[in-house]
Design a protein around this ligand. Structure first.
Ligand code: FES
Length: 501
């Protein structure tokens, strides 16, 4: 399933982050790093000087050391500390990081303010007092180690430790977002209100819902393979393939299998009655009908639904096609009357209770050269077809649509950098967070539905880099595609991925 996604504007209550052009941001970041490193370097020098002053017996050196510390304090440390703080604050304010959006930035701010406060109220007065004490020692000829001198020797390493901590957390960016800023509401995806016109029992456990615009206006156009997100009265959102006539925009038909052990969506849908106000999102199409010299359709159970409009289109185009449709029994196989209107030789109905499992290998071996194979149904059926196609139908182009995320171990997740080309934003996607989660920090309006790599709502175009596809949308033959990416589950194989956003 793949299509462009309708995106909405940012929610009125959420403030879009101020953005700095990439060149300026890099310059600001480089300046910040340089002055911050200089600040740490001078602080390390202060630790060395304070220690030297305490251990040397040469009183003239002691005076010189404290005078040097006072000079550094008033010049280089002031310049570097103010420079690092200002560039750091500017960087936070002018990028999506924000000053109060992430714990690591807030921690750095608190550390910086603590150092500033102690530098003005404690450290500098200690240095000045130490100079006087050192001069007094020099005049009296006897070494006096006074309290300010001891405090400087003890306090300087503490400051250096705080600065180093601030630098380290800049690299690792720990602890995620501040709770308050997590409350930025995600924009509600665009919805079309519909009314349920008719509920029809199609087979045991399968109903058709016919949806129409409440005012009788045409619904959005669609093509075979498309699905809609159905927003149920409880707020649950479920994806159902459209299985009516694409030429009829007055009504949409979806077929729904009741799954009592499921997450509740299908049970709720089966309880709906005509007249119920609902909403849909879409249609979207991740399972489009490709042009091919011939077609083999393989359906299992409710997987027949996206294939029905395809059969009509292919039949109308006069292309050779064949359908293999398996189910538990004829009683559970929906839309049989509609299918029986086609030429019977083109359709093989395989009820498992009397005919066993479909002969998939035979069907694939008999498919014409270059045939498009469309398969929709339970995971076991799709897996079997995916395994058979390379040997039984090597010239075939396989297209599959799954109901749920494929049970595949994609291995360890590794962090990567995500660049949003149009907005020139750089994001770090850590191993323990999804790409969509990170993206939503800066683009809360991004549309997504299943968040499980099944519906295709979140699709993005990739401009450079290599995606690591973890979705259940792309067929096995499409998994090396580098042009699309489903950020709710997918990640990157390359260190950097650039998306058209
Ligand atoms: Fe459904 Fe990403 S594929 S939200």
């Amino acid at each position: 399933m793949s299509t462009p996604v309708a995106r909405t504007s940012p929610p009125s209550g959420s403030r879009a982050p101020r953005r700095l052009p990439q060149r300026w941001r890099r310059l600001l970041l480089a300046t910040h790093v340089i002055v911050a490193v200089a600040w740490i370097g001078v602080s390390a020098g202060m630790v060395a000087l304070g220690t030297m002053a305490l251990i040397t017996d040469d009183l003239a050196v002691v005076v010189g050391v404290y005078e040097a510390m006072a000079m550094f304090d008033e010049t280089i440390i002031t310049i570097t500390s103010v420079g690092a703080t200002l560039t750091g604050i500017l960087l936070a304010l002018l990028t999506p990081w924000g000053l109060f959006r992430h714990w690591w930035i807030l921690t750095k701010l608190v550390i910086t303010l603590a150092i500033f406060t102690s530098a003005f109220t404690l450290t500098h007065p200690w240095v000045l007092a130490s100079i006087d004490d050192a001069r007094a020692s020099l005049e009296s000829g006897s070494r006096l180690i006074t309290e300010p001198q001891e405090m400087i020797t003890a306090g300087s390493p503490v400051m250096l430790l705080m600065l180093t901590t601030a630098a380290v957390i800049s690299f690792y960016k720990p602890w995620g977002r501040i709770r308050r800023s997590n409350r930025t509401p995600a924009a509600k995806p665009a919805e079309t209100p519909v009314v349920l016109r008719e509920v029809r029992q199609e087979a045991e456990g399968v109903v058709s819902l016919e949806l129409a615009d409440p005012q009788g206006r045409p619904l959005p156009q669609w093509v075979p393979g498309a699905h809609v997100d159905l927003v149920l009265p409880s707020g649950k959102v479920r994806q159902y393939s459209l299985c009516s006539d694409p030429g009829d925009t007055g009504t949409y038909r979806v077929g729904i299998l009741r799954e009592p052990e499921g997450r509740g969506g299908s049970v709720e849908a089966h309880a709906l009655r005509p007249g119920q106000a609902l909403a849909i999102r879409g249609p979207r199409n991740n399972f489009p009908l490709a042009d091919a010299p011939a077609y083999l359709f393989i359906a299992g159970g409710i997987g027949i639904t996206p294939l029905i409009p395809m059969l009509h289109q292919v039949a109308a185009a006069g292309k050779p096609w064949r359908l293999v449709y398996g189910g538990r029994s004829f009683m559970t196989m929906a839309y049989l009357d509609e299918l029986r209107q086609f030429v019977p030789q083109q359709i093989q109905l395989v009820p498992q209770d009397t005919a066993g499992l479909p002969d998939l290998e035979g069907a694939l071996r008999g498919a014409p050269e270059g045939c498009a194979v469309y398969c929709c149904g339970p995971e076991g059926l799709i897996n079997a077809v995916e395994q058979l196609v390379p040997t039984a139908c090597p010239s075939g182009q396989l297209h599959v649509e799954r109901f749920a995320a494929a049970d595949v171990d994609h291995g360890e997740k590794v962090p990567f950098e995500l660049e949003l080309a149009r907005s020139e934003q750089q994001l770090h996607v850590p191993a323990d967070r999804s790409t969509l989660e990170v993206l939503r920090e800066v683009r809360p309006e991004l549309d997504a539905s299943c968040e499980d790599g099944v519906c295709g709502t979140c699709v993005l175009s990739v401009l450079s880099g290599v995606p690591e596809h973890r979705d259940s949308i792309l067929a096995s033959t499409e998994r090396d595609r580098t042009d699309v990416f489903y950020p709710c589950v997918s990640r990157a194989r390359s260190q950097r991925l650039v998306v058209d956003l």
